[in-house]
Write a protein that binds this ligand. Structure first.
Ligand code: SF4
Length: 680
């Protein structure tokens, strides 16, 4: 029961029907008003009550990149108008996020409280003059006043995640010794001055939300106690609600990656909420980061950590998240798996944001909602292979009214997501498989597993979509009989066949995932066993949080030796190539702290009873001690069915890894599934 989630709440003069705010996301759709409006309309129709726009720069220097709207320039307000109209037509509310990137701005000479180099923007900003500070405060106020006049329902002042207001509050980035810096009081002056100016511009009744940092997680920056002090001042300074952000772009502690356990940071919001209550203030607190389902929000509300939750990426993954949850169909919610591949990684560049598990996101006009007709619209279509591409194709086809047979050679649908779901911190991938299992059933797709059909078996189908995936690439080395050699699929399927000392040939995304799984000891106790350090059990929530804290560097690494000695080996120079930029550093940090070693720039020479012999660039040989060799050196398309179908003249389309195995790109696989499903 989600009774707390679906209880009304107030933010200032606004009355919201439930406790879920659709949080701000920069979409790279902002310069395409019809597409932006269609994106928000679908979320509003799907039950979002209050939506916060992506950050809009209050002036040019504050824009995060050239893709951002700039509220002080002509055109920005008109670009937002269709979105505002669409949200209101659907009965929801729209808050405009007022944004200034400070030293994180790209494409301009950034300004900031002090000239402190940013590892994120790779620039050193200019320290703001007094005149620039006053102009910036005025720009926030002017934007808020226009938002009120234009019919927005609220504004959110962006003051977390390491952007300008957060930079003023931080002793790391604010080195001033004037009215705006020098001690904690003066570092709070800019955030409070912006809030006061915004409040003065909009009056007492217009809701002003402030997103403020609960924890910066950057060495030398504000402590969580200092962040809570500032939050308290903002609550007393006129904010109608506080939305608590976690981490900076330069943080060494992961805050939004799949490694981060669900709801990991909500207790930080809870601490701030308790301090606000102790101060006798009535300012609701909104918690965020790694809240990907409404049952999780319900738990946080029950604990008293938050008054509302802000969910952003989950609305990319499923526009009807709120409506479907309210109807009790939780198995039909397509959950965000925190992969970041089609959203955060794209928002850092210029590509349109979408969602790996929901490729329609951001393309609502290109792929209008598929509405099933009263009668089947065509003869049966077969989809062979039930990995990401096949599942998406089958669901898309069925949604158009086509009768669909989905045929899978293995015992279960899910393909590579079943492997990924075993990896520590990637358990959410199994939620995607759960979703498709239920969605395909809802759509009437006939699923047959444990069957590898021939082309002749499919002759009565009007069209066949071949989504048979990939096979691991083989690597032939002298001495292969000296030690057990497994490919990555075999190692994932039967980790108990992997010994205690493992040399992994290859160090891309799959190899890194496999190393993370094996180093935890999965399979060492037999087919159902885990022999981790200190008796850890991967399915324990407490152990999951403890492991994350160790792997994020928040606690000391485990004293014991790793459950397995793993060495990742690579001919090239980089480990984890192909993992998205917002995730790669966190995963590499996690496996390094967990004890996985790596070697790059090596040639594989031969296998001996003692391990794998490699040579460096000078030809100097070395034995990597191992009792098992695992090959994770890429994959190749597997589509023998396509040639058979062609020989029989059966119309067919090849998609996903069966078409192109390079990089084993799940974003591409889901997109091709969507396109094939609408094209047939
Ligand atoms: Fe979530 Fe990944 Fe989709 Fe982003 S791309 S919304 S992280 S599932």
């Amino acid at each position: 029961m989600l009774t707390r989630v679906f209880s009304p709440v107030r933010i200032g003069s606004l009355r919201l029907p439930h406790r879920v705010v659709m949080g701000s996301m920069h979409l790279n759709l902002e310069h395409d008003p019809p597409a932006l409006a269609a994106f928000y309309r679908e979320r509003a129709e799907g039950g979002a009550g209050l939506i916060v726009t992506g950050g809009a720069g209050v002036d040019r220097a504050g824009a995060g990149s050239p893709e951002y709207l700039v509220l002080s320039e002509p055109g920005a307000w008109d670009a937002l108008e269709p979105a505002l109209h669409a949200v209101h037509q659907a009965g929801a509310l729209l808050a405009l996020q007022l944004f200034h990137a400070g030293r994180y701005a790209m494409g301009v000479t950034p300004v900031a409280p002090s000239a402190v180099f940013s590892r994120f923007s790779r620039q050193t900003p200019a320290a703001m003059t007094e005149e620039q500070i006053q102009q910036t405060i005025a720009a926030f106020a002017a934007a808020a006043a226009t938002a009120l006049r234009r019919g927005f329902d609220a504004v959110e002042v962006m003051g977390s995640e390491g952007y300008l207001i957060n930079q003023f509050a931080s002793p790391l980035t604010n080195l001033r010794d004037d009215a705006w810096g020098g001690d904690e009081d003066r570092r709070a002056a800019f955030p409070l001055a912006v809030l006061a100016a915004v409040r003065a511009a909009v009056g007492a009744d217009f809701p002003v939300i402030v997103r403020t940092s609960g924890a910066d997680f950057v060495d030398g920056s504000s402590t969580p106690e200092q962040s809570a002090d500032l939050a308290l001042r903002l609550a007393g300074g006129g904010a109608d609600a506080l939305n608590i952000g976690i981490g900076w772009h330069e943080s060494s502690v992961p805050s939004v990656q799949s490694l981060v356990p669900h709801g990991m940071w909500l207790d930080i919001a809870g601490g701030i909420r308790r301090r606000i209550a102790q101060a006798g203030l009535d300012v609701p607190v909104i918690g965020s980061n790694r809240v990907n389902s409404l049952p999780l929000a319900e738990q946080a509300l029950a604990r008293g950590d938050v008054d509302l939750v802000s969910m952003s990426r989950p609305f990319l993954a499923d526009a009807r998240l709120v409506a479907t949850s309210r109807d009790g169909d939780l198995d039909l919610v397509n959950e965000c798996i925190a992969c970041n591949q089609a959203c955060i990684d794209r928002s850092l560049g210029v590509e349109r944001v979408s969602c790996l598990v929901n490729p329609r996101a951001g393309r609502e006009l290109e792929f209008p909602l598929l509405v099933r007709g009263p009668e089947p619209r065509s003869p049966r279509v077969a989809v062979v292979g039930a990995g990401p591409a096949g599942m998406q194709a089958a669901a898309t086809l069925a949604a158009t009214g086509a009768p669909v047979d989905l045929v899978e050679a293995s015992d279960s649908i899910g393909g590579q997501f079943l492997l990924a779901g075993q990896v520590p911190g990637k358990e959410d991938y199994l939620a995607t498989v759960r979703y498709f299992r239920h969605e395909l059933a809802r759509l009437g797709v006939r699923i047959r597993t444990g069957a590898a059909p021939s082309a002749a078996d499919l002759a009565d189908h009007a069209h066949v979509i071949v989504a048979t995936g990939v096979r691991p690439r083989r690597v032939a080395l002298p001495g292969a009989g000296a030690l057990p050699v497994l490919d990555y699929q075999e190692a994932f399927a039967a980790p108990w066949r992997v010994g205690r000392r493992v040399a992994v040939i290859g160090a891309g995304g799959i190899a890194v995932d496999l190393a993370h799984l094996l180093v935890e000891g999965v399979g060492l106790g037999g087919p159902d066993g885990v022999q981790g350090r200190g008796g850890d059990h991967a399915d324990s929530r407490t152990a999951e949080r403890a492991r994350f804290r160790r792997e994020a560097g928040l606690d000391q690494p485990h004293a014991g030796a790793p459950a397995r000695e793993i060495t990742l080996l690579r001919r090239g120079r980089h480990i984890g190539e192909g993992i998205g930029p917002s995730t790669r550093w966190a995963v590499l940090q996690a496996i390094r702290i967990a004890g996985v070693r790596s070697r790059t720039g090596v040639e594989y020479r031969r296998i001996t009873p003692d391990g794998l012999v490699v040579a460096d660039a000078d030809g100097v040989e070395e034995v990597i001690p191992a009792d098992t060799i695992v090959v994770a050196a890429g994959q190749e398309p597997h589509a023998p069915l396509a040639a058979e179908l062609a020989a029989l003249g059966i119309p067919h389309t090849v998609i996903g890894g069966a078409l192109d195995a390079s990089g084993l790109n799940a974003v591409r696989a889901f997109e091709q599934g969507l396109r094939a499903g609408t094209a047939v």
